[in-house]
Design a protein around this ligand. Structure first.
Ligand code: PAF
Length: 273
């Protein structure tokens, strides 16, 4: 595995490679969720690149960038064992300069749900993903369905800016107890983690209601809200896969999304029906 931190060096190196490239952008602290993206990329491409970059522009002023988990050495080992070809590991100065061109997320879709409480978050995500895709120029880029709004906005950016990359959505990986894997789970105390299990619990409840014929979004949201009543709920939403609100579940075209705060940790999860 080659480790490259300079974007121009990486671009030049990739000019010598005539292979399909699968790309997995990450912020490190790699877990099984990332490994499932890597597995998918390795299966369907001839060459695999992972980037690790804790992107400062996607943190809001009140969010603690310095506290974001960093496990550089462990992450390098994981990438090597996973058999990736290049680990792109840039520094902040490799990616950003003082006077920056940036990408703005769309006025509506970028400022609802997670974007409502973290107003500049998706501008930062889209700006860095745009830069990373331009550096790597992959055939396919892999993102988890757990960050469904991020996935939706990245897909919109790629479509609206006529970019040449296929965005691949990969299923959420869960721990044995059902909690969706996230780099933020390490912030949870034992007690908080127990409470967090109400999140997949509420999504299972919704899924069972739908299986039993309940398709009314408001009724499902009410029941989910009841099951999450001990947690600080940011939102529970039922949307179609284009992220439009829907009054009734449309099978094979629905996402049910939840975000809650437990202690100081925000956790999000969703199911695709
Ligand atoms: O999902 C993430 O880890 C980040 O938001 C991403 C896509 C790597 C951009 O920094």
């Amino acid at each position: 595995m080659k480790i490259i931190s300079n974007p121009i060096e990486l671009k030049n190196y990739l000019k010598t490679i005539d292979k399909t490239i699968g790309f997995i952008p990450t912020m490190g602290a790699l877990h099984e969720g990332h490994l499932s993206l890597i597995k998918d990329a390795k299966k369907n491409n001839e060459f695999t690149i992972v980037s690790i970059f804790v992107n400062p522009t996607q943190f809001n002023a009140d969010e603690d960038l310095d506290k974001y988990p960093r496990r550089d050495e462990a992450d390098k080992k994981i990438c090597k064992l996973a058999g990736i070809d290049i680990l792109f590991f840039p520094n902040v100065n490799d990616i950003y300069s003082k006077d920056e061109v940036s990408i703005a997320s769309p006025n509506i879709r970028g400022y609802v749900l997670e974007g409502f409480t973290r107003p500049s978050h998706f501008n930062g995500v889209l700006t860095v993903v745009n830069k990373l895709l331009n550096i790597v120029n992959p055939s396919r880029a892999y993102f988890g369905k757990k960050d469904a709004q991020q996935l939706n906005l990245i897909s919109l950016m790629v479509k609206q800016l006529f970019m040449n990359v296929e965005i691949v959505a990969v299923n959420t990986v869960r721990d044995l107890d059902g909690l969706a894997l996230s780099s933020r789970n390490i912030y949870l105390s034992k007690e908080e983690r127990k409470k967090a299990l109400n999140i997949p619990g509420s999504l299972n409840l919704a899924s069972n209601l739908v299986k039993n014929g309940e398709l009314n979004s408001l009724k499902i949201i009410d029941k989910m809200r009841e099951s999450l009543k001990d947690l600080e709920i940011f939102y529970i939403e039922i949307l179609d896969r284009e992220f439009n609100q829907i009054k009734n579940i449309k099978l094979k075209n629905t996402i049910i999304l939840v975000e809650v705060k437990i202690g100081n940790t925000r956790l999000l999860d969703n199911i695709w029906l």
